[in-house]
Design a binder for this molecule. Structure first.
Ligand SMILES: [Zn+2]
Length: 378
């Protein structure tokens, strides 16, 4: 199948040129850049033993060379780990940067004259651009389509909030809005733990191991999708309702939980959530303020400032030395808001009943080019 041929060739090119760079570096302490490697790629296509590279979209091959180049640059700038070889067992993908189209439920890219039939999950608006094809470890095929369109930013509401990751709910705002966690996630987590336990008992490389590995991957996929869904909904809602959103830059509560798996997932989803919120805020000219992770938002009484050193995770409600009764999560989110407002230089006195005077708002930075792009998963 031509799609699989693309996944294979792109992986081959990536691994071939990563290996080339590694070997060159070991020998000469330097390695070829993108342009030199692109020339080598052209030569490879002429060679008998690698002539099959001609059968796939040439731009997809060049694109993966560029990705390798970027991965190298990111590594040398200290922004990423050293690039690793691509494995067939992980998610396979390739990107077609140009000459793409979507007509009547069919995706058209060079080398696929008949088009590729697909189910469109979300309406594709605007001009169709770069397309990325995926194959999941469960052998499902996806394409995500980048489109360009004029974006209409959301209206200013004049409202600000602090947001805290709740222990019971996913998130609670300083004005008392609660967002529930996805109710399926818990069930899937149990399913995952069970499936992984089964996998650990299988002999590596055996047929039943392979079968169980796919089962595990399927549960991972389900958890990932339901989580992404919640994170998108909540971040969308916050950006619609508030102009300034303050939050902690790290999920400290998730880190305190001692179950390894749930800790891992909670951490991952919090940082993804912050990422979603930040780019959505950026699109809509709204502001996200991050609070220092060591700020004791849960322990401070937001009314009088008294610090409760004995607060532990099981205490949902507590009373401070001066008799203020506090809901744990709500109190934390109010403290986060106050701290956030301090950070952006807004005096607390300017803040009255959820409104912020225009002067203390501060100017928002210019919108990035991505602000005009929207992703549609096909
Ligand atoms: Zn108090």
């Amino acid at each position: 199948m031509l799609l699989d041929k693309h996944f294979g060739c792109v992986r081959f090119v990536y691994n071939y040129f990563l290996n080339e760079r590694k070997e060159q570096y070991q020998k000469n302490k330097k390695s070829d850049n993108y342009y030199t490697q692109a020339k080598t790629l052209t030569d490879l296509k002429k060679k008998e033993e690698t002539i099959w590279l001609k059968e796939v979209n040439s731009q997809a091959l060049q694109f993966v060379l560029r990705s390798l180049d970027t991965a190298y640059l990111n590594f040398f700038r200290g922004n990423a780990k050293f690039p690793r070889f691509k494995s067939k067992k992980k998610k396979n993908s390739f990107t077609v940067p140009q000459h793409t189209n979507l007509i009547d439920g069919k995706v058209y890219v060079p080398k696929f004259k008949e088009g590729i039939k697909c189910i469109v999950h979300r309406e594709v608006k605007g001009e169709v651009g770069k397309m990325t094809f995926f194959k999941t470890p469960t052998d499902r095929y996806f394409v995500s389509i980048l489109t360009e369109e004029q974006y209409q930013p959301k209206k200013k509401t004049g409202a600000v909030c602090g947001a805290d990751l709740g222990l019971k709910d996913f998130l609670i705002t300083s004005d008392g809005n609660k967002f529930k966690s996805n109710r399926y996630t818990k069930r899937y987590e149990k399913e995952l733990a069970k499936a992984q336990k089964h996998l650990s008992r299988k002999q590596k490389g055996s047929n039943s191991f392979e079968k169980q590995r796919r089962k595990v991957a399927k549960v991972h996929e389900k958890i990932f999708n339901t989580r992404q869904d919640v994170l998108h909904k909540v971040s969308h809602q916050l950006v619609s309702d508030y102009d300034i959103i303050c939050l902690e830059d790290l999920n400290v509560k998730g880190m305190m939980s001692n179950r390894k798996l749930s800790k891992y997932i909670a951490d991952a989803s919090w940082s993804t959530f912050v990422r979603f919120l930040e780019y959505k805020a950026d699109w809509n000219d709204k502001k996200v303020v991050k609070i220092n992770r060591f700020y004791p938002s849960s322990k401070i009484c937001h009314v009088c400032g008294w610090i409760n050193q004995d607060l532990n995770l099981s205490m949902r409600e507590w009373t401070c030395k001066n008799g203020h009764c506090l809901d744990r999560d709500l109190n934390a989110s109010i403290n986060i808001l106050n701290e956030g407002l301090k950070i952006i230089g807004a005096e607390l006195s300017d803040y009255t009943s959820g409104e912020l005077s225009k002067t203390s708002f501060g100017k928002h930075g210019s919108t990035k080019p991505e602000a005009h792009l929207s992703l549609a998963n096909g």
